[in-house]
Design a protein around this ligand. Structure first.
Ligand SMILES: Cc1cc2nc3c(=O)[nH]c(=O)nc-3n(C[C@H](O)[C@H](O)[C@H](O)COP(=O)(O)OP(=O)(O)OC[C@H]3O[C@@H](n4cnc5c(N)ncnc54)[C@H](O)[C@@H]3O)c2cc1C
Length: 356
């Protein structure tokens, strides 16, 4: 039986940062288990790679403001892993829920840079379907670069990482938690459940109900008009095409076609797959951006997206940092946007973590 101060289950961006945060707080024996062959291979890899800066939420001022809060800090601290020389273009569709002037006003209200871009409008969009076009300050991150940096920081902090190891909470008492793993049983003073879409599937009761959604991200080689650019079509059932630096290509996602099935039961048994929708995404994008006809489809990535049921009808995507109802030794953490990591670290630092 291995004894540790803290066991982190799940080596995504959130689990890795929590392990590092605990090391900073003075925890000595920290183990992180990840059932994939390395860290950052699930949602922290298969995502749109957007460091949000508020623009996505033109119908919710508070969400826009809170989304901007962490942008500068994240970009500064991860300069090695973000693409700086990409022009981020937001097109406003004629059937959008906001008009171009409402979008520009919203950007001014949240203090986010935004300028009308006539050149991109002419080069990229069909004016019959797109009303206006803006250049904004938003950025893509390279999750492989984040993973390399995290691996070396975990090593330097003395966090013991075990890959290809799955864990399940078996029992607990006032002082510790027993976790059965596919490696060896672990007795931990604290357990951090950072398993995202599997939050409710590792033997811990979670009060915040989570909806799981199978998401498809199409990977494409973009047309030459898109070189050095990323495009987001606002505001409604439209699409985005962003650099996907980890595979030196672009992603294409669609509000209507990226989400496949969804369910709220634990685990992924309810997952049903009825084939890729990439061609439908591309066809719809071509209507607004005729140049997309010259894009090449490379393949699709699929991942489970975890959405808090209580906030699914709003734009807000808060993180969850939940102490178990059964014991103060187990905490479940649901990651949200990548740059929301700072909110979790704040929670971690606000609490006392007595160790024997
Ligand atoms: C399709 C999609 C698009 C997104 N786009 C963006 C975006 O553009 N910008 C943004 O900021 N955010 C985006 N997100 C959200 C962001 O990717 C996630 O919020 C974030 O990566 C969550 O990190 P995590 O560490 O909580 O989860 P994960 O990275 O999924 O890590 C959880 C880990 O737990 C492991 N695990 C699960 N169960 C066990 C077990 N029993 N034992 C051991 N290990 C286990 C898994 O293998 C996994 O590696 C997107 C998410 C998705 C799915």
């Amino acid at each position: 039986m291995k004894e540790v101060d803290a066991l982190v289950i799940g080596g995504g961006f959130y689990g890795c940062h929590i392990a590092l945060g605990l090391a900073e707080l003075g925890f000595r024996r920290i183990r992180l288990i990840e059932r994939e062959p390395s860290i950052m291979l699930r949602a922290s890899y298969v995502n749109q790679a957007r460091v949000h800066n508020g623009y996505h939420y033109p119908r919710s001022l508070p969400t826009g403001i809170s989304s901007r809060r962490n942008f500068g800090r994240f970009v500064e601290e991860h300069a090695y892993a973000v693409l700086h020389d990409v022009e981020m273009v937001y097109g406003i569709a004629r059937n959008s829920r906001v008009t171009g002037s409402q979008f520009a006003r919203f950007c001014a209200e949240i203090g986010a840079p935004c300028r009308e871009n006539m050149r991109a409008m002419t080069e990229l969009f069909d004016p019959a379907l797109v009303e206006s076009c803006f250049s904004v300050t938003e950025i893509a991150f390279d999750s492989s670069a984040l993973a390399r940096d995290l691996l070396s920081r975990l090593d330097a902090a003395g966090v013991e990482c075990r890959f290809g190891v799955s864990g399940r909470v078996a029992q607990w008492d006032d002082n510790s938690v027993l976790v059965e793993t596919t490696d060896e049983p672990v007795q931990a003073h604290y357990v951090f459940n950072c398993t995202y879409a599997y939050l409710d599937d590792i033997g811990v009761r979670v009060r915040n109900k989570v909806k799981k959604e199978l998401a498809e991200i199409a990977l494409i080689q973009p047309p030459r008009e898109m070189a050095g650019r990323a495009v987001t079509m606002m505001d409604g059932p439209f699409f985005s095409s962003m650099p996907f630096p980890a595979q030196s290509c672009y992603s294409l996602t669609h509000v209507r076609y990226t989400p496949h099935t969804s369910w709220t039961d634990a685990g992924d048994e309810a997952l049903q797959f009825s084939g890729s929708r990439a061609q439908t995404m591309i066809r719809d994008a071509i209507r607004y951006m005729p140049c997309m006809r010259a894009s090449t489809y490379l393949g699709s990535l699929y991942e489970l997206k975890a959405i808090l049921v209580k906030s699914e009808d709003s734009d807000s995507r808060p993180i969850v940092f939940e102490q178990s109802a059964d014991t103060d030794r187990i905490y479940s953490v649901l990651g949200s946007k990548i740059d929301n990591i700072y909110d979790v670290l704040t929670y971690l630092k606000q609490k006392q973590w007595p160790l024997p």
